[in-house]
Design a protein around this ligand. Structure first.
Ligand code: M6R
Length: 492
């Protein structure tokens, strides 16, 4: 602000007319480095707003006799669904009826207009006490919408928006998923499915670690970034780095027109609708769904799966919304447990296979919302150290794989429950309906509907979200705006 004021007064003589403020913004931006979104108004011309962006989000909303600026479209979808995305290093000058875009040197630039298909009502609480609770309840729809229109009746995936040459995708020999936080856990879940279905080695890496370790990336590497906001700076920088190395980049994103999809070769949107609460819930389920669609598409393209197999998996995915709804219809039991545990000092989460990222996501929800120590572990790792944490009364959530699933995984996790229980843990178990074996060792059991193992995270996560929400609410915390956190992390 000081630089802008100085340029405006001393270089331009303090004249706001004839685009003086816009010119001052251009000159200021030429001297700035790093990432910023700036907005300026002048008292002499209060009907003009000038804004600029570099490596940081800025979107224009086009109204009727009114225009808007926001870091994302949720700021103005109550007023207009027409949005203009600003490019990198651009300046926009808006009045109630004009929008002019230039680059930092004053050259006119074109903004790309697009339609925001979010329903404005979906950005309101819809009768729920918090956005987070509403968004947990939006999850059946988030999955449904993400699946909608992406396959035909024969189970053939038609991901038309994925404008990457199919030949290139056929030659991909490695996938690297880049993401942070909850989105990274969605990536970790997807890794199990993509490797199983496509037989392509798949790594999942936190975006902020990726480019600092000299990763091996080339033109046969497919980068799949996952981001709800599409503005996470760590992920954006990692995607840019991978592009520079020649990789193809696909973005899985929930926010239309945001920076990461814009800078990627292709995008597969999750259609979860606006996620307002800082803690991510419905985006997680939608991200897993979209990543699964991508995995199945690759399997279809590369011939790893017969069409009938893909059709069957899609049919199982299609049943997920109703199953999530059943969990939500029975949320009272897990809510009560959350409320009764408001005094907990530490909660541990164990999971194995796809249940491992679910355990970490359950722990993250509790840290973010309730500010208590929570840790997710791979159940098999227990004996390698974490079991030393178990003492009398220590709450331990265990995400149990289906007894109908692979090999002896179920038995192994049940034996983990026994091990922690024998050392005094209070065991809280998420298991599949009909799994009687866990009952003997669980203080509390929450049953989720039967589903194939790879799809189970779409169900098992839901009780953990409800638990964290209930516990944090019982402590009187603001579940939509937890302390110290921002919805979009637009700085590195
Ligand atoms: O918008 P993104 O998905 O890129 O955000 C990534 C993380 O910042 C985000 O998932 C964060 O961990 C949430 N607060 C989790 O609830």
């Amino acid at each position: 602000a000081a630089l802008l004021g100085d340029i405006y007064r001393n270089q331009l003589g303090g004249d706001a007319s004839n685009g003086g403020l816009t010119r001052a913004m251009q000159l200021a931006c030429q001297r700035l480095e790093g990432a910023f979104t700036l907005l300026a108004v002048h008292a002499d011309q209060p009907d003009v707003v000038v804004a600029a962006r570099r490596n940081s989000p800025l979107v224009v909303g086009l109204g009727d006799g009114e225009n808007f600026l926001g870091s994302d479209v949720s700021g103005f979808i109550d007023y207009t669904r027409r949005a203009v995305e600003l490019g990198q290093d651009q300046i926009v000058t808006i009045t109630a009826d004009s929008v002019e875009i230039t680059d930092f040197y004053g050259a006119p630039a074109e903004g790309k207009e697009y339609h925001v298909d979010w329903d404005p009502a979906s950005a309101e609480k819809g009768g729920f006490p918090s956005f987070m609770e509403k968004e947990i309840h939006d999850q059946p729809d988030a999955v449904r919408q993400t699946l909608l229109g992406r396959s035909d009746i024969h189970g053939k995936l038609t991901l038309d928006e994925l404008r990457v040459d199919p030949e290139l995708l056929k030659h991909v020999n490695k996938i690297i998923v880049l993401a942070c936080g909850t989105s990274a856990y969605a990536g970790q879940v997807a890794k199990y499915a993509i490797e199983h279905w496509c037989r392509i080695p798949t790594e999942v890496e936190l975006s902020h670690e990726f480019r600092y370790r000299d990763p091996i990336v080339d033109e046969n590497t497919l980068i799949v970034s996952i981001s709800q906001s599409g503005e996470t700076m760590d992920t954006l920088m990692a995607v840019r780095y991978a592009k520079e190395q020649g990789a193809k980049t696909v973005s899985i994103c929930n926010t239309n027109g945001s920076t990461i999809p814009r800078e990627s070769d292709a995008v597969l949107y999750t259609h979860a609708g606006p996620e307002i609460a800082v803690a991510s819930t419905k985006a997680f389920l939608a991200q897993i769904t979209a990543a699964y669609l991508l995995g199945l598409y690759l399997a279809q393209l590369r011939g790893n799966k017969f069409q009938g197999e893909i059709k069957d998996i899609l049919a199982d995915l299609g049943k997920i919304p109703a199953k999530v709804q059943r969990i939500l219809d029975n949320e009272a039991q897990i809510k009560e447990l959350g409320q009764s545990m408001a005094d907990a000092k530490s909660v541990l989460f164990l999971g194995r296979h796809v249940g491992f990222p679910v355990a970490m996501e359950g722990a993250l929800k509790l840290k973010e919302l309730a500010y208590i120590h929570a840790e997710g572990f791979a159940a098999g790792e227990l004996k390698h150290g974490p079991i030393a944490l178990i003492e009398e009364g220590q709450p331990v959530f265990v995400v149990v794989p289906s007894p109908r699933g692979r090999d002896s995984l179920h038995a192994k996790v049940v034996s983990n429950i026994q091990e922690v229980r024998a050392r005094g843990a209070k065991t809280i178990v998420i298991a599949e309906e009909g799994d009687e074996a866990v009952k003997a060792y669980a203080e509390h059991v929450f049953y989720i509907p039967e589903t194939p193992t790879l799809l189970a995270p779409l169900l098992a996560t839901v009780p953990l979200q409800i638990f964290a929400l209930a516990l944090a609410s019982a402590k009187g915390y603001d579940v939509d705006q937890p302390r110290n956190l921002a919805k979009s992390v637009t700085v590195e």
